[in-house]
Ligand binder design. Structure first.
Ligand code: UD1
Ligand code: MG
Length: 449
């Protein structure tokens, strides 16, 4: 059965107090709507439609950056959830299969929950995702008769008796696409809010002799983000789950509560993550690697047996081969670090390739940027770069070559050569002592005045 996702994301999000459209606020390094898309991805959707309104241009750009097949449709006026779904009609003309309606501001719906809805769809025309609310507040209420869902009543329109119902509407709905659009076209706006309620399709379906039911999920999955406080709670919930998953799959987290994951962080079994490590997007850490305390990683790959940090920064394009070492106060960007290579202390390695088993002395800098262009540095296998070497790119140092400490390397160093590039040292006998005495005398004279 084919699936289409319709993700509603047109709302303004006034309570975020933000210039940014609500669904572009991030949890775990990905915009809110991308989390909804990721939940739906488990259903292998043939089509994904995002309904945008406020900040539609920015939302469209962000959506296409993530998946260029997403269709973003503008809902010019936000006349209600039913009206929002109706905007997807033309984009889904000719589509045959299930349509799932998700909210772009509700990031935690689990893929298994959607799969359970798809199963329920085999026996019912309309399937709504409900949850038992600890505090039902202003949610829409599901009016059930056995396992038949008769209708959904919005809080504003509900009687006291209906408000006493604790089974609430999450907003996620699944129906055959053509049935969904047919039902939505019959929705009116004669209600307390004057909106076209998507929820009205349930009563319309019942009257037409179609069957509707509810599948329930844990309330935590339905957490919608409407304010910065909820965004912070959502981030905390994501992190708690990511930490638990890492521990369950055999990753050691020495102080789990201080490690921050991104939506796509992948860490292998028996990796050890020390306290206060932050994973930005796009990180993979292979089995048995160790990330030491206070390191920040994004867009990088750390292979088996490699050790990173403490206090290291791996930026996009950093690729560490097996058993590589990157030590304290080292920054690596767009660079391949060979097997067993060591960059131990206080270095910047950018736009570079480092051969296997090379050793980079403390304070080495790849001078990769001339103010306009970026240039590449190539360092051979088992090369030894002396402390405080400046490698002015483009430049290469051959296999088994050495650079003397303090060198400024502006031309290529052949394999096995030693490059020395610094002023010759001169010792002036006694001059150090005489200079110091003179300075002390000058200070004493100043104090007397
Ligand atoms: C909706 C449901 C309610 C449910 C609750 C769960 C309706 C009528 N009510 O109420 O039963 O308990 O969600 O959170 O559906 N949106 C658009 N265009 C619009 C209107 C809304 O894209 O014209 C989007 C919003 O950006 C949001 C989602 O749809 O992502 C839900 O809209 P919202 O206004 O929050 O609906 P609720 O009143 O919370
Ligand atoms: Mg809402």
């Amino acid at each position: 059965m084919s699936t289409a996702l319709i993700i509603l994301a047109a709302g303004q999000g006034t309570r975020m107090m933000s210039d940014l459209p609500k669904v572009l606020h991030q949890i775990a390094g990905a915009p809110l709507f991308a989390h909804a898309m990721a939940s739906g991805a488990a259903l292998l959707p043939e089509k994904t439609i995002l309904i945008a309104g406020h900040g539609a241009d920015e939302v469209r750009q962000a959506a296409l950056d993530i998946d260029e097949d997403v269709e973003v449709i503008l809902q010019e006026e936000q006349l209600g959830t039913g009206h929002a779904v109706a905007q997807a009609r033309a984009a889904l003309a000719g589509f045959e299969g299930n349509a799932f309606v998700l909210y772009g501001d509700t990031p935690f719906i689990q893929p298994e929950t959607l799969e359970r809805m798809a199963e329920a769809r085999q026996h019912h025309d309309v399937v709504v995702l409900g949850f038992e609310a600890a505090d039902p507040g202003r949610y829409g209420r599901l009016v059930m008769q056995g396992d038949v869902l008769e209708r959904i009543v919005e809080f504003k329109d509900a009687s006291d008796q209906e408000r006493a119902i604790t089974l609430c509407n999450s907003g996620v709905i699944c129906a055959d696409a053509s049935v969904l659009f047919d039902l939505v076209s019959q929705v009116g706006n004669d209600n307390a809010a004057g909106e076209f309620y998507l929820t009205d399709i349930v009563a319309i379906a019942s009257q037409a002799g179609l069957s509707a039911t509810a599948v329930s999920c844990d309330e935590a999955e339905t957490l919608g983000i409407n304010s910065r406080a909820e965004l912070a709670r959502g981030e905390a919930a994501f992190q708690a789950r990511a930490r638990a998953e890492a521990l369950d799959t055999g990753v050691t987290l020495i102080a789990a509560d201080t490690v921050y994951f991104s939506h796509d962080t992948l860490i292998g079994r028996d990796a050890i993550i020390e306290p206060n490590v932050v994973f930005g997007p796009g990180v993979t850490v292979e089995t048995g690697a160790r990330i030491r305390a206070f390191s920040h990683l994004e867009g990088c790959h750390v292979s088996t047996g490699a050790i990173v940090g403490p206090y290291a920064r791996l930026r996009p394009g950093a690729e560490l081969a097996n058993n590589a070492r990157v030590g304290n106060f080292v920054e690596i960007k767009n660079a391949q670090i060979g097997e067993g290579a060591k960059v131990g202390h206080l270095s910047y390695i950018g736009d570079a390739t480092l051969g296997d088993a090379c050793n980079i002395g403390a304070g080495t800098i790849t001078c990769n940027y001339d103010g306009v262009f970026k240039h590449h540095t190539e360092i051979g296998e088992s090369a030894f770069i002396g402390s405080n070497t400046m490698l002015v790119a483009p430049v290469s140092v051959g296999d088994h070559a050495l650079t003397a400490s303090g060198a400024v390397i502006t031309s290529d160093v052949p394999a096995e050569a030693l490059a020395i590039s610094r002023a010759k040292q001169v010792n002036k006998p006694g001059l150090g002592r005489r200079l110091m005495d003179k300075l002390k005398a000058a200070k004493a004279a100043q104090k007397k005045v």
